[in-house]
Design a protein around this ligand. Structure first.
Ligand SMILES: NC(=O)C1=CN([C@@H]2O[C@H](COP(=O)(O)OP(=O)(O)OC[C@H]3O[C@@H](n4cnc5c(N)ncnc54)[C@H](O)[C@@H]3O)[C@@H](O)[C@H]2O)C=CC1
Ligand SMILES: C[N+](C)(C)CC(=O)CC(=O)[O-]
Length: 337
């Protein structure tokens, strides 16, 4: 791989390819961090949808603090994928989760992007080794797995494939940090990475319980928001369970509850996602949403995430008075730029 044309700190132009839920969220994030963003998506109504997503996200982004000069006006939606990446210093791919599509799109991006520019895929679970098979320069392809919405949830999991250069993984990890993200750089590939493997274990169990009539969608959601979810926002499952061992910590917790691990508390096989289970999940979520639209739920979620980030000290709690007499709420996320 030719070495990257610029240092992560020098990046000014980012391309986002695929502009749905996640690609659009990335666009909003990079705009808020003060980058010039080009975007391409083949859907006929993509530009209108993308600008709507950015406009809906902007109040939350203003609340957590915009970079100097950040503006939705710095978004250019291009007519072709080649135009989107022609001048880019970093490319984020967020096309549908279909392996063949990812393979050919990443090869197309590799052919069109300037030599050496790092290209990251938002894939939720494919190892890069499986996606980089058709690219002429697989060395610059990495996974950069975000969490929804990428403009508020800090984590990005970064990992390369067998043919990725270590330098590209390092460059991407540094770039995401500069761009305001919290990064886990994985040493080795693992389908689903770290967080989605954990989420999927919980998700499979939730689907089994609904399929078997053992719990409702509401009970499952309440069991997390009224229970472990409150702890997980600031203390992970391992340290949280260490406290379950009292003064004896994790050692006592394992001695005490270890034998229960052998009890059949979980079913690791995925349930059959048949029409009945699908309908039960959709109906349960419709009931939980009540009269709230998706747009209202997105705004509610965004405010909830901001409140949690503030409450856990990852964003300033108080608005501060600037020297210009104007109240600012600077973001502490991404203060490396
Ligand atoms: N939805 C989520 O919560 C998360 C999704 N991801 C990953 O992000 C990627 C995108 O997922 P979503 O945004 O949820 O899907 P989406 O369906 O909302 O958006 C996909 C977009 O890709 C466009 N598209 C279709 N063919 C394309 C092509 N050949 N080239 C470029 N764009 C194309 C579609 O028009 C659509 O706008 C997937 O790899 C997914 O696994 C990652 C983290 C979370
Ligand atoms: C549903 N999902 C598997 C696409 C979710 C993710 O990949 C990450 C997230 O946002 O939770």
């Amino acid at each position: 791989m030719p070495s990257s044309p610029c240092a992560p700190e020098e990046v000014r132009r980012v391309a986002c390819v695929g502009a749905g839920v996640i690609g659009g969220g990335w666009v909003a994030h990079f705009l808020a961090r003060g980058y010039d963003v080009t975007a391409w998506d083949p859907a006929p109504d993509a530009e209108e949808k993308l600008r709507r997503l950015v406009a809906a996200a902007w109040p939350a982004l203003e609340q957590i603090g915009l970079a100097d000069g950040a503006s939705p006006d710095r978004l250019t939606v291009t007519a072709t994928v080649a135009e989107a990446v022609a001048d880019a210093q970093f490319v984020q791919e967020s096309a549908p989760e279909k392996l063949e599509l990812k393979r050919s799109l990443l090869a197309q991006l590799d052919a069109a992007a300037p030599p050496g520019v790092v290209i990251a895929s938002s894939t939720s679970g494919y190892p890069m080794t499986d996606m980089q098979t058709e690219a002429a320069d697989p060395g610059r392809l990495v996974v950069g797995h975000p969490f929804n919405p990428p403009y508020l949830i800090p984590l990005v999991e970064v990992v390369g494939g067998k043919r990725t250069d270590d330098a590209a993984v390092e460059w991407a990890s540094r770039f995401y940090k500069v761009a305001g993200k919290s990064v886990i750089t994985m040493e080795r590939e693992l389908p689903g990475f770290i967080a989605n493997r954990l989420q999927e274990a919980l998700w499979r169990e939730a689907l089994h319980m609904v399929a078997n009539g053992e719990a409702t969608v509401k009970e499952i959601d309440d069991s997390i928001t009224e229970g472990p979810g409150l702890r997980w926002a600031f203390m992970g499952p391992c340290l949280t369970f260490a406290l379950a061992g009292g003064d004896g910590g994790m050692g006592h917790m394992l001695d005490h509850f270890g034998p229960s691990l052998k009890s059949p508390w979980t079913r690791l096989e995925a349930p059959e996602l048949d029409d009945t289970l699908r309908a039960a999940m959709v109906d349960g979520c419709d009931e939980a949403a009540g009269s709230r639209t998706i747009a209202q739920l997105v705004a509610e979620r965004d405010q909830g995430v901001i409140d949690v980030l503030r409450a856990t000290g990852r964003l300033p709690r108080q608005r501060t008075e600037g020297t210009d007499g104007i109240a600012h709420t600077p973001s502490t996320m991404g203060d490396e730029k």
